[in-house]
Design a protein around this ligand. Sequence first.
Ligand code: F6R
Length: 607
Amino acid sequence: MCGIAGIVALEDISARLVQSIRNLEYRGYDSCGIAMLNGSGKIKISKNIGSVEEVCEKENFGRLKGSVGIAHTRWATHGGVTKSNAHPHMSCDNGFSIAHNGIISNHEKLRTRLKNAGHRFRSTTDTEVIVHLVEDWHRKVKSVEKAFVAAMRELDGTYAVILVTGHEPDRIYCARNESPLLIGLGDYVNYIGSDLNAFIDHTKNAVFMEDKEYAIVTHDSCILKRISDGETMSRQVQELMWDSEMAQKGGFPHYMLKEIYEQPQVVHNALDIDPELVEGFARMALEKKTLHITGVGTTFYVSQIGQYYFSRYAGVTPMVISSDEFRFLAQVDKDTAIIAVSQSGETYDTLNALRYGKSHHATTGAIVNVMGSSMARMVDQMILQGSGPEICVISTKAALSQMIILARIAMAAGVMNGRITAKQARGYEAQLRELPAAIENVLNEKSGFIHTIAQQQSHIKHWLFLGRGRYYPVARESALKMKEVSYVHAEGMPSGFLKHGTIALIDENLNSVVFAPPEEEKELYKLTLSSAEEIRARDGYVLGLTFKQKKKEKLPFTEQIVLPKTPPFTAPFLQMVVAQLLSYFTATTLKRNIDRPRSLAKSVTVA
Ligand code: F6R
């Protein structure tokens, strides 16, 4: 949601601090700000609405010199997008400044109490109560650490909090509960960030904070303690696997396009994941009476495609519930396995589903992209997908990688329970190994045509994405891509569902995309084409995503994008890449904010 950064050093950090929130901007981008301690122990704040680039220019962040400072990039939850609601926030006496990610659920009660005690509020955020609370406690206990901890103990809800104070100008205090926070260890300089992008340019050594912990960070020390009783916690330093180059645009106009183009490599990486890890997941899936796969948004659709692969290749149909609904629907006990899918590993709803599962004694696994993320650390088994940093707010390469990993787990399960032979599995794996080259071919050969279609159809305000079987979740995921990046209404549904109501919408204002399987998936192929015919019979526009046929036959499409001959096992993945490009080019034609679409945030860490 929001991005938090802090640096404690001996020399000026202003440029580095601005860069930190630039790197975190994909977490939130409606406003941002910096609080810097200068040599005399005074805190100077600069903040405003707009992107980091805009605010940096408006406010001239560079003039704030200092060696200890905090910064924040916001995605509004409580309080509108205004300058006064931008973080950091200041205490009444300007002695403390705080930035926060999360939601303080008892903020109204605390605000009333603090107002009655004479505190003056300048914003309508839940965050501001924290800084007044620390100030209030400090008046009573006269110790920053004691005041900080007392304040944290009073907070209900989720938080990653970071604080600087003129009382102790050589350090930063920070704390976390259910919102990510980690500390980067440098050479006489230490960093704090809501994710590793905050400091990956400078150090790869990090300490991951756990829930209900706080830390006191100076330029050469980092002490971790438990909030409840002040007990010091020891933690291993971990080496981060990403580097800063991986998070650059590398000549592409947008991260989204770069990440789409990285997919051949990402598929290789997913195929190189240790087979033992994959088998571990397969075993877990088969050993338990019930298997759930869960995620939300894109990862819900990823889970759904996993469901189809499990059903077809392992003869097991897992329950797939969107993680925001998990607690209200799932039946979980010790005979349940839950596989969570998440790029960030921090999504509140998916974390919550896992917590719910764990509290009901389920065995848990997670497929995540971000090392050291909350999900990665809380589950019994974990697969790190190795897709590299996904900076565009919209998920593309991470989703494809997760689909491949789930297909691999399904295959491994199929071999274990005898649904498919080891030889067949090797055959499917070989087909997966051909996918990177097929994706490259599509990117090289079809981009121009897809771009033209996107431009020609960019006046269309409504799209239907239709597929059957394994192509159905891909259709839904593709509709989500269209919505979020181009702000054009799109719905994904099973093509067989169309005639049960939605067909009433077909007219010249609504376009359809039909995901047609390769012709050897005979039944699926015929049924999918019949839906296209139903639309054409009503004069609707149909864009067919098809594969090269043995013999040329007239297909019921207005236009079609013909992909090279592809085995059914990998065909839906290749079509997904086409749909990603269609959304991307529609959005560029409509001049949308590609990497940071309105109202979205990369990692949704609130309920
Ligand atoms: C869509 C998108 C979101 C995320 C969802 C889950 O492009 O990015 O729908 O997929 O918020 O996020 P993760 O995967 O980080 O748990």
